[in-house]
Ligand binder design. Sequence first.
Ligand code: NAG
Ligand code: NAG
Ligand code: NAG
Ligand code: NAG
Ligand code: NAG
Ligand code: NAG
Ligand code: NAG
Ligand code: NAG
Ligand code: NAG
Ligand code: NAG
Length: 356
Amino acid sequence: MGYAKVLLGVVLVTALAATSTAQTKLNKGATCPALIDYVSLNNTNITAIQSLFQVKKFRNLLGANNLPTSTPSDKNVNATEKIRIPFTCMCTNGTGVSNRKPVYKVQKDDFMYHIAKEVFSGLLTFQQIADVNGVPDPNQINPGQELWIPLPCSCDIVNGIKVVHNGILVDKGSTVEGIAKQYGTNLTTLLTLNNMTDPSKLQAGQVLDIPLPVIGIKLMLKCLFVPCSSNVNSSSLDYPFLLANGTYVYTAYNCVKLQCEPSGLKSTNSDWTTCPAMQCQGADSLFIGNKTSSGCNQTSCVYSGFTSKSILTSLVTESICPAPSAAWKIGFQGLGWNFFLFISIQLILFLSLHLS
Ligand SMILES: *[C@@H]1O[C@H](CO)[C@@H](O)[C@H](O)[C@H]1NC(C)=O
Ligand SMILES: *[C@@H]1O[C@H](CO)[C@@H](O)[C@H](O)[C@H]1NC(C)=O
Ligand SMILES: *[C@@H]1O[C@H](CO)[C@@H](O)[C@H](O)[C@H]1NC(C)=O
Ligand SMILES: *[C@@H]1O[C@H](CO)[C@@H](O)[C@H](O)[C@H]1NC(C)=O
Ligand SMILES: *[C@@H]1O[C@H](CO)[C@@H](O)[C@H](O)[C@H]1NC(C)=O
Ligand SMILES: *[C@@H]1O[C@H](CO)[C@@H](O)[C@H](O)[C@H]1NC(C)=O
Ligand SMILES: *[C@@H]1O[C@H](CO)[C@@H](O)[C@H](O)[C@H]1NC(C)=O
Ligand SMILES: *[C@@H]1O[C@H](CO)[C@@H](O)[C@H](O)[C@H]1NC(C)=O
Ligand SMILES: *[C@@H]1O[C@H](CO)[C@@H](O)[C@H](O)[C@H]1NC(C)=O
Ligand SMILES: *[C@@H]1O[C@H](CO)[C@@H](O)[C@H](O)[C@H]1NC(C)=O
């Protein structure tokens, strides 16, 4: 199956409801952020890749690849170099494809095999493109025709844990064990996830679904932010929050760069002429990203979400002395402004977690 199966009941039900009427607005529960690796056949540049995959914001592409924010838009990308593409996955019936994007405009002399195998480097087959676009004869496509490229993806929970799925292109000589090790997972998990029984059947160029850990509590404490779904306040506009380890995104109207710092960008909330204070109540000298220690206790001021009026912070205390169980508690301190202008959570998720 490539991209497998264990959808939450609720998600599955809403996904089915969404597909039964083709034009119905997609249900919130049926999409999630996803990643796929791309290798261009020719030397290119990062802007050309952004445009091919229609990644809305340049910095989201940089974030997915953990490239510095100062990366120039004409940065050369060599033919063998892998670039991770962030996109929105639409999950239906236990499998997923990219949510109606990217759309590829057929060029003169294009043919389906070339589009699938060469332009999109074999991330999918030409038959899959033909199927979702209702093209009866793949040999019959016309210049100017627009084709939705259904990139494979998944929103499934893996081993009971929320993850971000990353489709990787298998290199020559790779083994499933080696890949599992490289990505901090194990053979059984990868075989199950990819519906494989025999690891020796792995082929170069195959797309393999890898579950990337979502930034977890330990890493977050190291980074001084608490962006995981269990800690971001449920009234936050970016709740529930999913961010793959090793990537970054901007949130809170661009004011906060997760995982590690205030962004330094101009806010996209026109009511915010400057980004609001990001200081922890009850510890006025601590701003998001600051920490202080006293004895064995280290207290950090961390990001906990945002509303149209404020950026939420909390104080997290953890023990930094070697002890069997690191006891820590979260004292949530919203900044207590009123909420107006409640924008759809899903919209903000889209805005903050890249794309479409
Ligand atoms: C898994 O693969 C087997 C054969 O390799 C196939 O018959 C089966 O339909 C696949 N299962 C799913 C859920 O895709
Ligand atoms: C990036 O590559 C595209 C396609 O190869 C080319 O048209 C464009 O001029 C390049 N852009 C820059 C800034 O080099
Ligand atoms: C890309 O290729 C050029 C020339 O072949 C080389 O100088 C450059 O270091 C390569 N860049 C990367 C990122 O591999
Ligand atoms: C979902 O899967 C079921 C059973 O596998 C199938 O009968 C149904 O047509 C599928 N629905 C869609 C929308 O693909
Ligand atoms: C790469 O170059 C080959 C040969 O010049 C060309 O046929 C192909 O369309 C190019 N691929 C892309 C993705 O531009
Ligand atoms: C693989 O990892 C999962 C989740 O971490 C775990 O439940 C499972 O026991 C592991 N399997 C093996 C064979 O180590
Ligand atoms: C996250 O990535 C870093 C660096 O790649 C790695 O050291 C760390 O173990 C990863 N954390 C998790 C939870 O996978
Ligand atoms: C707290 O964070 C602010 C903004 O990130 C920084 O300017 C300041 O130096 C930090 N203060 C301490 C005590 O670390
Ligand atoms: C450390 O924290 C614990 C519980 O959070 C508290 O009981 C203790 O007094 C603190 N110790 C110091 C030195 O602040
Ligand atoms: C979330 O924030 C609201 C408003 O700031 C606050 O009333 C509520 O208690 C917070 N919820 C949690 C679980 O901290």
